[in-house]
Design a protein around this ligand. Structure first.
Ligand code: CP
Ligand code: NVA
Length: 301
């Protein structure tokens, strides 16, 4: 069964198939109203459960719209409203949902929840973000880079900020798509040790971005981080803000990405976010196309 749990555990061939399929399906829809059904209806007669244990705008809407464009039906479930949030085991939830739906997308806290869901479900499971990774986002980001700049292979990508879940999926992608990834951030917020070997560290952000084809950042306080850590994190991360002065040290045509939601003028300035090299809203749009291709791959349709 094709679960989509992480980028490094998905084969290079499958990843390439997904990105190419996403680009093809995007091109086929160009100029059409958002509710127009795709010419192919591979999810006809399919029911998809979208489970959210954390807030979401992009993931929720893009999965829901994507399923409908491909002819399927969705149900959006909040973890707190399910028995899952009131003591039912993940394994039993997975077994029960598998009797009703053909595909499960889950956004959750612990990575173990995702893996247990995948282990006990009889249908494919997609990772819609955990505390440790965010693979659907980075598939959209690869699609976005390639539509602006061609193949990402051999390119230099610099992450400036917190070594968080979104960074982890970039690290997984660096290995599979064969690009160079540099992390620049304060030592207390370094990426988790399991990612070692997938990226290099440079402490000086200005040196790190030299020659960069792409500069990326993300929020300084993620949904799973305690609010009590907010002030400390802001103080640690302020030198790593992506602003015009930092971007001036990257290649002149370096793209800027942020998965959103952003805290404007914290991790990135509005000048950069709204500047000519920013592709943040293309990234957001490509969540739709990339995830449609991921769902097709999972279901083999
Ligand atoms: N980037 C992203 O996953 O956004 P949401 O939290 O709005 O889904
Ligand atoms: N790192 C962020 C990503 C949000 C899409 C978080 O986990 O909150």
């Amino acid at each position: 069964m094709n679960h989509f749990l992480d980028i490094h555990t998905t084969s290079q061939d499958a990843l390439r198939e997904i990105i190419d399929n996403a680009a093809r399906m995007k091109a086929e829809r160009a100029g059409k109203l958002k509710g127009t059904l795709d010419s192919e209806q591979p999810l006809a007669n399919h029911m998809v459960a979208l489970i959210f244990e954390k807030p979401s705008t992009r993931t929720r809407v893009s999965f829901d719209v994507g399923v409908r464009q491909m002819g399927g039906e969705t149900m959006v479930l909040s973890g707190a409203d399910m028995q899952l949030g009131h003591g039912e085991t993940i394994a039993d939830t997975a077994r029960v949902l598998s009797r009703y739906v053909d595909l499960i997308m889950i956004r959750t806290f612990e990575e173990a929840t995702l893996h247990e869901m995948a282990e006990y479900a009889d249908v494919p499971v997609i990772n819609g973000l955990t505390n440790r990774s965010h693979p659907c986002q980075i598939m959209a980001d690869i699609q976005t880079f390639e539509e602006h700049r061609g193949s990402i292979k051999g390119k230099k990508v610099v992450w400036s900020g917190d070594g968080n879940n979104t960074f982890a999926s970039f690290a997984h992608a660096a290995k599979q798509f064969e690009f160079d990834l540099v992390f620049t951030g304060p030592p207390p917020l370094d990426p988790e040790p399991a990612l070692e070997g997938m990226y290099t560290i440079m402490r000086d952000p200005n040196e790190a971005v030299a020659g960069a084809d792409l500069v990326v950042t993300d929020t300084w306080v993620s949904m799973h981080d305690p609010q009590s850590a907010r002030e400390r994190r802001h103080n640690q991360l302020r030198p790593y803000q992506v602003n015009a002065a930092l971007m001036a040290n990257a290649k002149s045509d370096a793209l800027f990405m942020h998965c959103l939601p952003a805290h404007r003028d914290d991790e990135a300035t509005s000048e950069v976010m709204d500047g000519p090299n920013s592709v943040i809203f293309d990234e957001a749009e490509n969540r739709l196309h990339a995830q449609k291709a991921i769902m097709r791959w999972c279901l083999g349709v």
